[in-house]
Each structure stands twice: as C-alpha cells, then as structure tokens.
Ligand binder design. Structure first.
Ligand code: NAD
Length: 322
C-alpha cells in the first residue's frame, strides 16, 4: 500500500472522468473521485467517491486534503453544440468552470501535488483559422491572437494560462491537453448535451429502414473524433512525460458530418436520407494537428474512426432497447 500512487479525479462522474478512473484502477492507483453526480451508466470503481460541488472552496479543501501524486482536473460545465453555442448558458459556463479551476489550481499548489492534468479543448483555437472546412489550422502555436468562437473556449484558454502561471510562479507541475471531440460508450447520448457521434448513432439506431435522420446544418462542416481509449492513452503518456503542453489530444482523421452519418449507416446496415435543418454549428472545420504530440511523446492516436463508431453504435443501440 505504501508504494501505491494516489490520484484525485475531478469530474469523475462524467464521461471521460469515469473512464479515467477505470484506467487508473487498472494501473494500480488508489483513486478518489469527486463530482456533482455519480457516473450515469455504471458504478464508479473509485476507492472513494465524493459527491460535491467544486465551486465551493470548502469542498475543494476536503477532497484535495493531501499531496496527491496526481490530480486530474476534468470537471467543467459543458455539453454539445446545443448547450455551448446557443449563448444561453454563457455566464454559467464561464463562471462555473473558471471557479473550479481557480480553486483547484491554488489548492494543488498549496498541497504540493506531484502533477496536475488539465483538460483544455480544441474550442480554444481561433475561429478565423477554422473557416475553411478543408484546411483548418489547429497547430498548438496558432492559439494567438486568440478568438475562440464560444465562451466555453475562452474559459479554457483562461484556465490554461492560469495553470501555466502556477507553473511559472510556484513550480506547479501541470500537464495540459487540448481534447478534440472525444466519444465512446457511456457518453451522453440524448437530452441535448450529447455530441455529434452519439447523436448520429442514436438517430440512426432509432430510424426505420428507408426513413430519414435530421442533421443541423448542411453536414459539410469537418471534424475529427477520438475514441475514449486513445484519449486516455494520450493523457497517461502526457502525465508520464516531462512535457507541459498544451498539446492536442485528438484524431487527425478528418471527416464531414455527412461522412460520419454515412459511416454510421453503414455500420447499422441501414439506408437513410438526411434532412438538413437549422441548428447551432460551431466552426466550419476542425482537425487535430498531431505533429507536436508525435514529436514530444513519440506517439499519436491511430485507430480508425469506424472502429470507435462501431463500438459506440452498439452501446447506444443497447441503451435504446433497455
Ligand atoms: P462531462 O460533462 O461528462 O464531465 C464533466 C463532469 O464535471 C460532469 O460529470 C459534471 O457533473 C462535473 N462537474 C461540473 N461542474 C461541477 C462542479 N461544480 N463540481 C463538481 N463536478 C462538476 O464531460 P467530459 O466529456 O467527460 O469532459 C471532461 C473534460 O474534458 C471537461 O473539462 C471538458 O471540457 C473537456 N473536454 C471534453 C471534450 C469531449 O469531447 N468530451 C472535448 C474537449 C474538452
């Protein structure tokens, strides 16, 4: 027990956090998770799971009460395009997530934690570099002059800088990744906060053969999507490295949303038509630039998108039939 590494996972009830807890337990860590809620789809395997609100300093002090070897800060007020891009949640998104990060960065430094991981997002990249769907620029050093297309992205940029200033002034060992569209089983798949892969899997699974599915926009906007297992592999490799980041953790297999839908229909073996309707969209093009991660970690994700979509489709189909 003495040599067992201890980790705190903030946001352990969320999609990536709950998978990360499993991964750390498999690696032999002792894990404390904290979140407003328990994971939605399976029991947490954390050694301790605290239900608490990380906007409260007292809650942060009670969970970050010792010099953890590793802290993973994934808690954020977030959701899919339907939550982030409508503008209706801007104040909450900024206030809630920034408060969590202000609390955790300061306490992590005071508790002298070994290393802290912060999950930033590709949403912090400037909108002006993502107008051409075929040539988005998401190189890490293209972040400035800053102009994210959402308040969610601005908060991520602010918090990156917050953690980096704790590194500069106090030596806090931070590792920062910019995630690009992570998906997989046990992610939100209905209710408005789900992302494109889960929404498309659900719509395809629910449609009758020969029917149609609705899609926001013309479907020609491009994105890349990273399967959860590869995301965690990247996080763990970054934490074990000496590289601070920020670094992209994403796939560079760029597809249009129409292609993603066609891929999903192929997996489901259904022929459906797509009805394009108005809706919140985000930038026109985005893809992970993986040059830096290859250079610094000697690794980059490489699993084909279709493999992850297949696993996710099967899981969502099962949820629908429960
Ligand atoms: P998620 O919404 O499933 O998980 C976030 C968790 O944070 C939720 O369980 C939520 O309850 C918790 N949380 C929110 N406010 C809290 C508070 N005040 N106190 C305690 N817990 C609180 O999201 P996710 O997909 O697992 O994302 C994890 C992190 O990765 C987030 O920081 C997100 O911004 C970042 N990220 C995710 C993606 C993606 O594609 N999933 C992409 C880029 C960045």
């Amino acid at each position: 027990m003495e040599n067992t590494k201890k980790a705190l996972v903030c946001g352990a009830g969320g999609f990536i956090g709950s998978h990360l807890v499993k991964r750390l337990k498999n690696e032999g860590y002792w894990v404390r998770g904290v979140d407003l809620k328990k994971p939605d789809f399976s029991e947490s395997v954390a050694d301790e799971f605290v239900i608490g609100d990380l906007r409260e300093q007292s809650v942060c002090r009670s969970v970050l009460d010792q010099p953890f070897d590793e802290v993973y800060q994934l808690a954020a007020d977030m959701g899919g395009a339907g939550y982030i891009f409508t503008g209706e949640h801007d104040a909450d998104v900024m206030h809630n997530s920034a408060t969590i990060n202000l609390n955790i960065a300061d306490l992590a430094q005071k508790q002298k934690v070994g290393k802290i991981f912060y999950s930033s997002s590709a949403c912090m990249y400037p909108a002006y570099n993502q107008e051409d769907p075929n040539n988005p620029n998401c190189r890490e050093d293209s972040a400035y002059p800053a102009n994210p297309d959402s308040e969610y992205g601005w908060e991520k940029l602010f918090s990156e800088r917050l953690y980096l200033s704790y590194l500069r002034n106090y030596g806090l060992q931070v590792r920062i990744a910019r995630f690009h569209n992570i998906f997989g089983p046990e992610g939100t798949w209905q209710g408005g906060k789900e992302k494109a892969p889960a929404a498309i899997c659900r719509k395809v699974a629910q449609a009758q053969e020969g029917g149609e599915i609705e899609m926001w926009g013309d479907g020609e906007q491009t994105r890349s999507f990273l399967y959860i297992d590869e995301c965690l592999e990247g996080v763990r490799r970054l934490m074990q490295s000496d590289f601070t980041g920020p670094v992209n953790i994403g796939s560079d297999e760029m597809v249009t949303i129409n292609q993603l839908a066609q891929m999903t229909m192929g997996i489901a073996n259904k022929k459906l038509s797509i009805k394009h309707i108005p809706g919140p969209l985000g930038v026109r093009g985005r893809n992970s630039d993986n040059k830096l991660i290859k250079e610094k970690l000697n690794w980059a994700p490489n699993t084909p998108l279709t493999d992850g979509i297949k696993k996710t489709y099967e899981w969502i189909e099962k949820q629908i039939n429960l």
